[in-house]
Design a protein around this ligand. Structure first.
Ligand SMILES: C[S@@+](CC[C@H](N)C(=O)[O-])C[C@H]1O[C@@H](n2cnc3c(N)ncnc32)[C@H](O)[C@@H]1O
Length: 205
């Protein structure tokens, strides 16, 4: 299987051009996220991709840092921030474990279409908790393929074998909720926008 970085680097241009599949669900997600943001917030988005969501939310917060394992994704995101003249967003090539990200420094950490791509999902959520201030929020939306047919899981497995798909964990809605709660979060909101994408807002306890 190809490395995650390699996969996303080769797919960054195509990803940037692909339209959002369900605009109503995306807008619903943004609407719910905005209700938790405030103008004084220091926000981190992990797996920020080409930066579209961070740029749309930048006006609602003080500062957003987007981090992504793919330098090509980050390059596109930086270009968009320049073109849109958004100056409270910075994009960084790296992972959630990047040493430049300071523990206890973020009011909100966001992860959209991200957790199911992590081989060490528990370790990733633990690190996200570490990066949050006391009482900080983790907002996640994750595709849960276990809620679909087994056939889809088999198809993705085969695509991974030939390099057409990255690592993908087959999760249920309960798997995601449990994994987040297990790392010391209180779940305060859940939703499905659209099936099988689980939206979770959780507070660091
Ligand atoms: C499906 S895309 C989602 C991008 C964006 N969040 C969105 O909703 O459009 C997944 C992104 O996560 C990034 N990614 C995957 N594993 C990562 C990791 N361990 N650390 C940082 N970024 C990662 C990929 O490079 C890719 O940009």
């Amino acid at each position: 299987m190809r490395s995650s970085e390699d996969f996303w680097d080769s797919n960054a241009k195509k990803y940037a051009k692909s339209p959002i599949k369900n605009m109503a669900a995306y807008e619903k997600t943004l609407e719910r996220v905005r209700t938790y943001l405030s103008e004084s917030d220091n926000v981190l988005e992990v797996g920020c991709g080409t930066g579209s969501t961070a740029l749309l939310l930048a006006g609602n917060v003080k500062q957003i840092t987007g981090v992504d394992i793919s330098s090509n994704m980050v390059g596109i995101a930086k270009g968009k921030a320049r073109d849109q003249q958004v100056d409270n967003v910075s994009f960084v090539h790296g992972t959630v474990f990047d040493g430049t990200l300071q523990a206890g420094s973020f009011d909100v950490v966001m992860a959209f279409s991200f957790l199911h791509l992590q081989e060490d999902m528990q370790g990733t959520i633990r690190r996200i908790r570490e990066l949050l201030k006391p009482g900080g929020l983790f907002i996640s939306k994750t595709v849960c393929l276990r809620e679909k047919t087994r056939l889809l899981g088999v198809l993705i497995y085969l695509m991974q074998k030939v390099g057409y798909a990255p690592f993908v964990e087959t999760l249920s809605y309960a798997d995601i909720d449990d994994a987040i709660a297990k790392q010391g979060f209180e779940i305060i909101e859940t939703g499905i926008y659209p099936p099988p994408a689980r939206f979770v807002v959780a507070k660091k306890t």
